[in-house]
Design a protein around this ligand. Structure first.
Ligand SMILES: O=C(O)CCC(=O)C(=O)O
Length: 271
């Protein structure tokens, strides 16, 4: 995406519910971030770094800096205003499910591998709206998806249904297909999703997409040999507040002021 004006960004976001391919990190920054993530992979292992690096902006200054990167916050502030709270963050990493060296595989090995591939559950993200998960009122939720790796069709890039943020909150039910990475394993029933309108949001490493909390989105499995790692950050304006739902109490233990000041104090945000 070439540079666009603030008003064009606001118009496009409000019309489509998302904007993709916004440049954020330069080469040097990207290398540094990827080194930081490799250290986490070494420390915790891939099983963990796939989905469990949750709110680690509180532990690692480089992650906090990333979530407050000026080029990342610019479009966020253009949409939410200058007083912005970082609600939550998570690394979401889809590793190739079949890492192998074809040249050394024996024919028998190949056959065993093929049958085990059939059984391997490939992580994907089912069609959903973030609002269903966050339970926020009084203001929008904006999600940033920042690519640490190229995120393309074959390694499971984000897909969106343009303009679906205007449909309000849709019913979600328990997902039946195994492999859904979402914590409470919910999805919008397929018949309510206009999948024929789905649009892929390919990103080069260092670019981000942003999407509205009501936008219907998903992502497919990683069928390639390349890792697909993204950093997902949710932001709200300070006027937003958590919905009180006794059936589903929500906690926001990691909120941080991303920019501006908080005159509402709906969240216990760190400075
Ligand atoms: O990383 C993915 O594939 C899905 C991320 C997602 O659902 C989100 O950012 O809300």
């Amino acid at each position: 995406m070439s540079e666009i004006s603030v008003s064009e960004l606001q118009q496009r976001y409000s019309h489509q519910g998302f904007i993709s391919a916004i440049p954020v990190l330069d080469e040097a920054e990207l290398s540094q971030i990827r080194r930081g993530f490799s250290d986490l992979e070494r420390e915790f292992g891939q099983q963990y770094t796939q989905y469990s690096l949750h709110n680690v902006h509180l532990q690692y200054p480089w992650v906090m800096d990333l979530a407050k990167h000026p080029r990342l916050l610019q479009p966020v502030q253009a949409i939410l205003g200058s007083d912005v709270i970082l609600l939550d963050s998570r690394f979401i990493c889809k590793y190739p499910t079949t890492q192998r060296d074809k040249s050394t595989a024996t024919q028998q090995g190949e056959e065993e591998l093929r049958s085990s591939e059939k059984e391997t559950v490939q992580p994907f993200v089912a069609w959903h709206q973030d609002m269903r998960y966050w339970g926020i009122s009084g203001g929008p939720v904006l999600s940033v998806w920042l690519a640490l790796d190229d995120s393309l069709a074959d390694n499971g890039a984000l897909q969106v249904i343009p303009e679906s943020h205007c449909s309000g909150l849709l019913p979600h039910h328990q997902a039946s297909r195994p492999g859904n990475m979402l914590t409470v394993n919910q999805e919008i029933p397929e018949e309510l999703v206009q999948t024929e309108r789905a649009l892929l949001c390919p990103l080069q490493a260092g670019q981000m997409s942003i999407h509205d909390g009501f936008l219907i989105h998903a992502s497919g499995p990683n069928t390639s040999q390349k890792r697909r790692c993204g950093f997902v950050i949710r932001y709200v304006p300070t006027c937003a507040f958590p919905i009180q739902d006794p059936d589903r109490p929500r906690r926001f233990p990691a909120t941080v002021m991303a920019s501006g000041t908080d005159q509402f104090k709906h969240f216990c945000s760190r400075p």
